[in-house]
Design a protein around this ligand. Sequence first.
Ligand SMILES: NC(=O)c1ccc[n+]([C@@H]2O[C@H](COP(=O)([O-])OP(=O)(O)OC[C@H]3O[C@@H](n4cnc5c(N)ncnc54)[C@H](O)[C@@H]3O)[C@@H](O)[C@H]2O)c1
Length: 345
Amino acid sequence: MTYKAAIIGCGRIGCSFDDDPKRKYISTHAGAYTKVIDTKLVALVDKDEKLLNKYKKKFNVSSIYTNYVKMLKQIKPDIISICTWDNTHYEITKKAVENNVKAIFCEKPIASKLKDAKEMIKICNKNKVVLMIDHQRRFCKFHQTVKKMIDKGKLGEIQQVSFYYTAGIANSGSHMFDLLRFFFGDVDWVSATKSKNLSPNKNDPNFDGMMEFKNGIFCTIQACDVNKFLVFDMDIIGSNSRFKLTHSGFDYEYDIVKDSHQFSGYKELYTSEKKPIDKKIIRQPMLDGVKHLVNCLKNNEKPISSGEDGLRSLELICAFHESAKKDNKKINLPLKTTSIEIKSR
Ligand SMILES: NC(=O)c1ccc[n+]([C@@H]2O[C@H](COP(=O)([O-])OP(=O)(O)OC[C@H]3O[C@@H](n4cnc5c(N)ncnc54)[C@H](O)[C@@H]3O)[C@@H](O)[C@H]2O)c1
């Protein structure tokens, strides 16, 4: 069966990242639906007609709309991608479910309020609609291999984790929290303060902070200034090695413990000659994301990046806000209540 797919929001992640000649793999929803053999991209929706005409041509799409409800009624897509900003995700999900879509591939953060995210999950579950959130490193074979290494104890016992990010706690932070949860599980508590390294978006601040996972692993979170350079690096120190995710988390460095070259009786970390993950492992998260969504539809399975995972990531964003508002007060998870409404744009 070929699934009819439609995209709502034809901006960067919807369509235009693939115009960047430096990007060597498919980086948009439109590119992925066009490439995967089980899906056909049948409609694009955006308020901007110039974008619609440009990408209709580029991706060879038959129908374009400025109104997504009209598209849902006329095209009746099986799958929709929600590639608009977070404050629209709830409303679009509701209308898509009312119009019988089978699957929703929703951009991160899942929503701007916890209440909306919970409602999105509820209506999708009730109507047996697959809801998948685009925390795309979960779909990537490279990150799945890193997770397996951690789970199998290849790094030894985890001693400490640090994360460096830029560009806002709701924006890049949403990916950061999701990747940390993917590797280390649910979080017990957080504590945070506003960072002196400002976010480019005054509505979406940078926070520095710390948190502890339910399994006892401790993690520091540190923000940097995106105007200096982009960083999205995780540093994991195990009992026998150190694994650093670099270059937006798509590359790595690996050090192992050896007898110290400079102090008798001590051990230190040294760059390993052996690479535990093939540097050429294919990194194509958007493509693998759409393939995964198709498999979930065919086999009636829950996605590896579910609505609940999206909700937990949003909850951590809100918990960082709550803690910083209360002078780095320790905030326990799950959050009981919050009035935080994030603005990742
Ligand atoms: N997963 C990732 O790696 C990743 C990367 C970039 C952006 N994002 C997320 O994707 C979402 C969009 O980000 P972007 O950078 O592509 O934004 P963008 O501004 O480039 O594109 C959004 C598009 O949506 C359109 N739009 C907004 N409301 C609409 C509506 N009601 N009907 C039709 N069209 C509408 C706008 O006209 C715009 O073209 C955000 O939630 C962002 O956080 C995710």
